[in-house]
Design a protein around this ligand. Structure first.
Ligand SMILES: [Zn+2]
Ligand SMILES: [Zn+2]
Length: 723
């Protein structure tokens, strides 16, 4: 009987391959084990994802596995199924997801060296080798440490070099040595904190713990499901502490995900204080030794709480009862590069596979989560916090100095008190902003209701969903006022203006240009915290920097730039970014904030200024509903990139036809140039696929996309509670 193994590889392929399992590997070749197998002309490390003893279709020759690397599979079949579903949902390579889920010690690339044996040396001298064997042996005779198969192939011009090496190895002519390459030193990895022995302390009870009852009973009874916990920071933290404490107290295990911004160690310290050695926390700046200790705790099965940023999703924890996604709205849960996935959906799928409860917690959840939770009766409302006070909005529709007179006055008074100030300017997006000079509105597509993007060369405003275009001279659709193109003032211009207004004051700039290096960033923030730099100008980079210090005065300049993003989520992104920037105010009761904006009445700006999530949500969900955007539909944004514009155009027209043929009910917008239409020598074209049925989108992508051989990225709309 032939046993066959289904193997996936950490390559951008969405298929698996069948291999015969040689007798010698029967015991170790289990699903989840890593193997070496021939793929094309190479040997490639992959993962067994299934076994079968059904004979392959007639006429199909199946090659044997070359090696099984693990005596025991590194993960169980339940975990395999979880990663399969995750990769399927995001149309990512299953093998790449498995590779990303390997513990660091296993994820290292193996270096293969082929060396000549004594026997090989003798045979070479005695001229007892075939011509190809001789060529390889001659090369190896000069290299005592051996050579890589790639080197040998290049030098001999041989096609099936791995086959040849395999045969020579069997004859005892060569030795194949596999060594693990040294781990790459990479910033931003997630080492694990050292767990310290401390007493098990239970957190303070919540003021009204009754509100958590449905959630608690689901965890206690082991009923899988999802909840959204909504409430101000303090109440939310108490609720989560209570929930985590009770789950662990009753012998359950918890996986706790937090965004990168929270990875400062404060959360880790809190967990370790409460749960001692049973808490394993991934966060930045841990030593190799501490990391080893953490893995030891994990392996021993004593870890009751495993916490970390999005990659902690793949940590082997043992059976889970509760999965927490804190600060659910944070974009750092999305991994954009391959293998792309959203860790929030990953949390849902993993909880599902383990029969655990998943909790999405936030003070300003995504409208998708808030809507879906409300509709399925799993929204736990901890009540709203106090309104945000002390925020002044300066209307900049007509008057456009970089620093308004009002802001200048407050900055001056703040400096006179010896206090620091932070000025935020969102420079992400596009150099030129288009706004109506009369009403301050951003021109929008009449069909898609997303912001139009200005194309200077043709003097046109273009929709990047449906390709609608309008002459910029036509004026504002809302009020008829003249549409004006504003040169986007950058952080540098703000810095110069501040230097002109306050010549004696030291000014720091925290953006990708001035603070690109981590060393520079830390110095800048250190100086700011110590009061050596009283004025700091920053971008989103500062907002997302863990542990950045707070200030008495915060100013946000032109938050409406985000409203100009050609994206149906522009409102949510504006509310979130503006709220996060306003949160930079220190806790002092007389701390103040100034928002300088051309869109003072936009609901996202007004609601963020007031700290009123529900006011924002009501308007945003209405917009999504009217336009049929998520959560009222599913969306996939497909980005294609190519060097040759003509080929790209032809391929995308074919693709459009193929999409429509696959799923006739599907709404296909595009092809249109992407908002960033060119990066270096690559032209970028995008499609938007829209449907009430996610299955229709999946079908179209699965059938049509593999035929297009271009660099492609897909971003899916977010639907946290989708079954
Ligand atoms: Zn107008
Ligand atoms: Zn449009």
């Amino acid at each position: 009987m032939t046993v066959l193994a289904r193997v996936v590889f950490p390559l951008p392929l969405d298929q698996s391959f069948l291999y015969a399992v040689p007798e010698a590997f029967r015991a170790s070749a289990r699903p989840g084990a890593r193997v070496v197998a021939p793929l094309g002309t190479r040997r490639q490390t992959g993962f067994i994802v299934g076994l079968t003893d059904e004979p392959p279709a007639a006429g199909i020759a199946v090659k044997p596995l070359l090696e099984v690397l693990d005596d025991r599979p590194f993960r169980d079949e339940r975990f395999l199924e979880f990663t399969r579903r995750l990769s399927a949902e995001f149309h990512s390579s299953w093998g790449e997801v498995l590779q990303a889920s390997l513990p660091p010690s296993l994820a290292l690339r193996t270096k293969v060296a082929v060396a000549l044996t004594e026997l090989g040396r003798e045979k070479l001298a005695a001229k007892g080798l075939g011509p190809r064997e001789k060529a390889v042996a001659a090369l190896l005779a000069e290299a005592p440490k051996g050579r890589s198969p790639i080197f040998l192939r290049r030098k001999t011009g041989g096609k099936d070099i791995s086959g040849l090496i395999g045969r020579m190895e069997k004859k005892g002519l060569v030795r194949v040595v596999r060594t693990q390459a040294a781990p790459p030193r990479k910033a931003g990895q997630d080492p694990i904190a050292r767990a310290v022995q401390l007493g098990l302390a239970f957190p303070e009870p919540l003021r009204d713990p009754g509100v958590l009852a449905p959630l608690e009973s689901a965890v206690a009874e082991g009923r899988p499901g999802g909840f959204c916990v909504f409430g101000p920071a303090t109440a939310r933290r108490e609720a989560l502490d209570l929930l985590v404490g009770r789950t662990i107290g009753s012998g359950g295990r918890v996986l706790y995900l937090f965004p990168e911004i929270a990875a400062t160690g404060e959360l880790a310290a809190r967990f370790k204080k409460a749960y001692g050695r049973t808490a394993v926390v991934f966060h930045g700046r841990m030593t190799e030794k501490q990391r080893e200790e953490a893995w030891r705790v994990l392996k021993s099965g004593r870890a009751a709480l495993v916490a970390g940023t999005r990659s902690a999703l793949f940590v082997e924890t043992g059976p889970l009862r509760l999965v927490v996604v804190d600060e659910e709205q944070d974009e750092s849960y999305v991994q954009a590069e391959n293998p792309s996935y959203d860790a929030r959906r990953g949390a849902w799928l993993r909880a599902r596979s383990e029969g655990a409860v998943v909790v999405f917690a936030s003070s300003r959840p995504t409208v998708e989560a808030f809507y879906e939770a409300g509709r399925s009766g799993v929204l736990i409302d901890l009540g709203s916090g106090p309104p945000r006070a002390g925020v002044t909005i300066v209307d900049q529709a007509r008057d456009v100095p970089l620093i308004s007179a009002e802001l200048e006055r407050r900055l001056r008074a703040n400096l006179a008190r010896g206090e620091a100030a932070v000025l935020f300017l969102n420079r992400r997006g596009y150099a030129a902003q288009v706004v109506c000079s009369a009403c301050g509105g951003v021109p929008r597509c009449p069909r898609c209701d997303i912001a139009l993007v200005f194309h200077k060369a043709e003097g046109r405003l273009v929709c990047h969903y449906c390709n609608y275009a309008a002459d910029v001279r036509k004026g504002c659709a809302g009020c008829g006022g003249a549409v004006e193109v504003r040169r986007g003032a950058g952080t540098q211009a703000i810095e110069e203006e501040l230097a002109r207004l306050f010549p004696r004051v030291r000014i720091g700039r925290f953006d990708a240009d001035a603070a690109g290096e981590p060393r520079v960033r830390e110095k800048l923030l250190g100086d700011f915290a110590r009061g050596r730099i009283p004025l700091l100008v920053g971008t989103q980079l500062l907002v997302h920097h863990p542990g950045a210090p707070k200030a008495r005065l915060v100013a946000v300049l032109r938050p409406e730039a985000i409203l100009g993003f050609s994206d149906y989520r522009a409102g949510q992104k504006t509310f979130e970014a503006l709220s996060a920037m306003l949160d930079f105010r220190c806790d002092s009761p007389d701390a103040e904030a100034v928002i300088q904006t051309a869109a003072p009445v936009h609901f996202a700006v007004a609601a963020a200024a007031a700290g009123d999530y529900r006011a924002f949500y009501d308007r945003e969900i209405e917009f999504r509903g009217v336009m049929g955007y998520p959560p009222f539909s599913h969306l996939a944004e497909v980005l294609l990139q190519g060097r040759d514009v003509r080929t790209l155009g032809a391929r995308s027209r074919q693709l459009r036809a193929a999409f429509l043929k696959q799923a006739p009910g599907l709404e296909v917008l595009g092809p249109a140039f992407a908002p960033v239409a060119r990066i270096k020598d690559l032209t970028r074209v995008q499609f938007v696929l829209k449907s009430a049925d996610r299955g229709a989108i999946d079908l179209a992508l699965r059938e049509a996309l593999p035929k297009v051989h271009l660099k492609k990225t897909i971003v899916f709309s977010y639907s946290p509670f989708r079954a």
